[in-house]
Design a protein around this ligand. Structure first.
Ligand code: G3P
Ligand code: CA
Length: 237
C-alpha cells in the first residue's frame, strides 16, 4: 500500500505549500496530494479552502484575488513562525519541484462553476512537463473529470467521493476514470475488496490511525492518504 502525504506533510508543515511537499518527500511518501483552484485571473494555485482566511494572513475568497496579489500573502506563519514567508504555490511550481522525483502527484481539482477555465489553466502545464505517468487527477466534480478525459485522453483520473457509489466500476468507466478515491468509513471499507476484485484501484483518505491503516492494507487499498506519512511508513516498516 502506497503512503501519500495529504496536502503534503500536513501534521508538521503548513498544508499545500512546497515546504509541506518537500517534507512529505523527505520522510519517504510515495506521493503528495494537493488541491487546485483558480485565482481571479485564472491561474491554477494550490489551496484547499474557498477562502484564504484559515491558511494565510489575509481574508476573502481566493477567486477574488489576482495571482499577483495572492503571491504577497504569507501561507506559512499561521502554522508556525518558522514558515514565515511561505507562498501559495502555482501548479507549475509543484511540477518544477517534482520534476526530478519519482513520486505521484495526486491533484484534486476543487469543484468550480468554471470547469473549462480550470481545465484550460491546467492542461498546458500537464502537457509542457510531459509527466502524465506520475499524475492522478481527482475531483468531487465528476462532470469536470469527464470533460478532462475528453480533452486529454491518457491522463489518469479518479472519482472522488465521500460515500460508496452504486456500480462504482461502471460509473467510473462512464466518466473515463480509472480509480476511486474515497473517505474512510466503516461502511465504505466493506466495498474495498470488491472494488479490488473488479480491478478498480481504491485510494482512501484521510487516515491517521494505525489501526485503520492496517485494516485498509488488509482489504486491498492501493494508496492511503494521511496527514502523517512518516508515522504510516514506520507502521509498515
Ligand atoms: O483527495 C482526497 C481528500 O483530500 C479530499 O478531501 O477535503 O481533504 O480535500 P479534502
Ligand atoms: Ca484534497
Amino acid at each position: 500500500m502506497k503512503i501519500v502525504g495529504h496536502r503534503g506533510n500536513r501534521q508538521y508543515d503548513p498544508e499545500n505549500t512546497l515546504a509541506a511537499f518537500q517534507s512529505a518527500w523527505d520522510v519517504g511518501a510515495a506521493g503528495v496530494e494537493f488541491d487546485v483552484q483558480l485565482t481571479k485571473d485564472h491561474e491554477p494555485v494550490i489551496m484547499h479552502d474557498e477562502r484564504v482566511d484559515r491558511t494565510t494572513n489575509a481574508q476573502g475568497r481566493l477567486c477574488t484575488f489576482t495571482y499577483r496579489k495572492l503571491r504577497t500573502l504569507d501561507a506559512g506563519s499561521w502554522f508556525h513562525e518558522q514558515f514565515h514567508g511561505e507562498r501559495i504555490p502555482h501548479l507549475q511550481e509543484v511540477f518544477e519541484w517534482a520534476e526530478d522525483k519519482p513520486l505521484t502527484l495526486h491533484i484534486e481539482l476543487k469543484p468550480t462553476s468554471e470547469d473549462d477555465a480550470l481545465i484550460d489553466a491546467c492542461l498546458p502545464i500537464l502537457e509542457r512537463f510531459q509527466c502524465t505517468h506520475k499524475v492522478i487527477i481527482s475531483s468531487f466534480h465528476h462532470r469536470l473529470l469527464h470533460k478532462l478525459h475528453l480533452r486529454m485522453n491518457g491522463i489518469e483520473t479518479a472519482i472522488l467521493t465521500r460515500n460508496p457509489l452504486r456500480h462504482a466500476k461502471q460509473y467510473a468507466s462512464d466518466i473515463g476514470a480509472q480509480a476511486i478515491h474515497i473517505r474512510y468509513t466503516y461502511q465504505a471499507a466493506n466495498y474495498f475488496p470488491y472494488w479490488k476484485s473488479q480491478g478498480l484501484p481504491t485510494r482512501v483518505y484521510t487516515v491517521n490511525q494505525g489501526r485503520i491503516a492496517k485494516k485498509c492494507r488488509r482489504l486491498g487499498v492501493e494508496s492511503l492518504m494521511t496527514d502523517d506519512p512518516q508515522r504510516m511508513i514506520n507502521l509498515f516498516r
